[in-house]
Design a protein around this ligand. Structure first.
Ligand SMILES: [Zn+2]
Length: 560
């Protein structure tokens, strides 16, 4: 029965792979979004903390305002304004596919006018608008927008994406720009990790994963192993004429000449984005020990860019001999580096590991309960079976280990943690309570809904959680107030130390006006000149509200 099932799975996986290549729309050739030489500052599917980088970052010479040209005929389909994320972004629909332009400085005038009207009509800064095909048609090579540094961007650049027409699948745009980008430099690996399977494998006689540094391409030490093991790699890519570092395009791992893992980054969907939590070793990441890509598939990691469905990357070392391992990493231009090393099969005892609990199955619902705390992990939220325990004193501690030796258990979309509001918060209004996670800098806000003496929040990883109180209003601090009138511009520092999300509303003489917020800079601004306001004395009022409903108010009469 088991065999039949895995064969069905295999066939299905192969069908899906075939299906994907057929689904790629005919895109033709795309022109450059700029009239100057292309240099990239980020590649497609680069590893970020909680997602893959969905496109290419084009450098704009360190300045904002460069003219972006449309890469193909189409129409402006969507405009978005966010305080973080993409900042200002335009989505252009083409014949069967879509391109996205993010971190813009300005929209073209016609779109800017329409967005602005929407912002005033709806009295909000953040917008997500859709347009009809006839509204803003664009031609290949036509001016589209001004490149900038808005949203979660750290330096001027254009973030460019290539998607299917539903907007859900992100393709690697580099094939269309390969000839415009010079890349003769191969990726380089800096270290290899070896993961023994908990209770079934050992490295250097131990059950903990072990890191081996690569010096000039040579491993710093010999890998002695026994039983089931898998590998991880820390590597970056480089390109000509820049000092930026990029992600890899392809990774292949072979043992004794047999391919056992392959990863190639051509396309993935938004729903796969958080699978990065399973593709990257989170325990090492959190400990600041580097970014290691697993060269094996965790059981619940269905990432479509893993091209080896039949081989999950696990290797069985059951003979006392030399096993030859080769890892090949490559960029899209075909530059590649090969790392050859050996694993020495050394029989060693594989002790029964110490576990905080019996393994919980990733493929079923799990509930952990103790006096004062409850954790609900829905089926499919863990990437592997894991041993996980919950303890409660004045804080709640979740500790555990993943079955395949990862010490840090993460949840795909999240698990539900409920904590009982104890005596220490008795009498505090329930809307002022939140669950925070303990870190190096104290408690960081997670969220929480209060019901019947309990607070429940969605958490993404194990750790120490506690109920905290926020009765402190957000920081709404005027910046260089003395020069506001002279510059016709109002600037605030806006943030909240405890409960991060802050909303705001600004009025002039009792009427809504458009304040703009940049979350990364914590800057809330209002520009009189952009708002077409009659001169005179204006009564300005700004209200900022945090997630616990605490408000800060600033009022002032300003001459303009
Ligand atoms: Zn980007």
């Amino acid at each position: 029965m088991k065999d039949t099932l895995s064969k069905i799975f295999l066939t299905l996986a192969m069908l899906l792979m075939v299906g994907r290549s057929q689904a790629q729309p005919a895109i033709g050739d795309l022109r450059s979004p700029f009239d100057f030489e292309i240099l990239l500052s980020a590649s497609y599917a680069e590893l970020r903390s909680n997602h893959f980088h969905g496109g290419l970052d084009f450098k704009t010479g360190g300045v904002v305002g460069k003219h972006i040209k449309c890469v193909a005929d189409g129409y402006i389909y969507r405009a978005k304004v966010e305080a973080a994320g993409y900042g200002m972004a335009l989505y252009v629909m083409h014949d069967g596919y879509m391109t996205v332009y993010a971190h813009l400085d300005r929209f073209p005038d016609a779109v800017a006018k329409r967005v602005r009207k929407y912002q005033y009509d709806n009295e909000r800064f953040e917008v997500d608008m859709y347009f009809a095909p006839g509204d803003y048609p664009v031609k290949r090579g036509e001016f589209l927008a001004y490149a900038g540094n808005s949203g979660y961007s750290f330096g001027p650049h254009l973030h460019f994406e290539l998607r299917d027409s539903s907007g859900n699948r992100l393709y690697n745009p580099l094939p269309y720009y390969k000839n415009l980008v010079t890349d003769t430099r191969a990726p380089k690996a800096t270290a290899i990790t070896v993961y023994p399977r908990l209770g079934a494998g050992a490295v250097s006689g131990e059950q903990a994963s072990k890191c081996f540094e690569l010096k000039n391409g040579v491993l710093s030490d010999t890998i002695d192993a026994w039983g089931e093991i898998a590998f991880g790699i820390e590597a970056l890519d480089y390109m000509d004429k820049t000092s930026n570092k990029y992600g890899l395009y392809r990774i292949e791992l072979s043992v004794d000449g047999e391919l056992c893992f392959e990863n190639r980054m051509d396309s993935y969907t938004f729903s796969e984005n958080k699978l990065i939590l399973a593709c990257v070793d989170q325990a090492r990441e959190r400990r600041g020990e580097g970014t290691f890509q697993r060269l094996y598939r965790m059981p619940n990691n269905g990432f479509s860019e893993y091209r080896s469905p039949d081989a999950r990357g696990w290797v069985t070392i059951d003979e006392e001999r030399i096993y030859n391992v080769e890892c090949c990493i490559a960029d899209y231009h075909g530059n590649q580096s090969r790392y050859n090393f050996v694993v020495r099969g050394r029989e060693s005892e594989i002790a029964e590991p110490e576990r905080v609990s019996a393994p919980l199955s990733w493929n079923s619902d799990n509930v952990l309960e103790t006096e004062g705390a409850r954790l609900y992990i829905p089926k499919g939220e863990m990437f592997d079976d894991a041993c996980l325990a919950i303890a409660y004193d004045d804080s709640c501690t979740l500790s555990g280990s993943c079955y395949s030796t990862d010490e840090d258990v993460v949840f795909w979309h999240g698990a539900k943690l409920s904590l009982k509001a104890g005596d220490d918060v008795a009498g505090v209004p329930s809307d002022k309570l939140y669950i925070g996670k303990k870190g190096k800098k104290g408690l960081s806000w997670v969220g929480g809904k209060y019901s019947d003496g309990w607070l429940t929040a969605t958490i993404s990883s194990q750790g120490v959680y506690d109920i905290a109180v926020d009765t402190v209003p957000p920081v709404l601090k005027p910046v260089k107030e003395a020069s506001w009138e002279k510059n016709a511009k109002v600037v605030f520092d806006l943030d909240d130390k405890e409960t991060k999300p802050v909303s705001f509303r600004g009025t002039l003489n009792g009427k809504f006006v458009l304040f703009k917020y940049n979350r990364k800079e914590r800057r809330l601004t209002f520009d009189f000149r952009q708002e077409n306001i009659k001169s005179g004395t204006h009564k300005m009022r700004v209200v900022a509200t945090d997630a616990c409903g605490n408000t800060a108010v600033f009022e002032k009469s300003i001459k303009y």
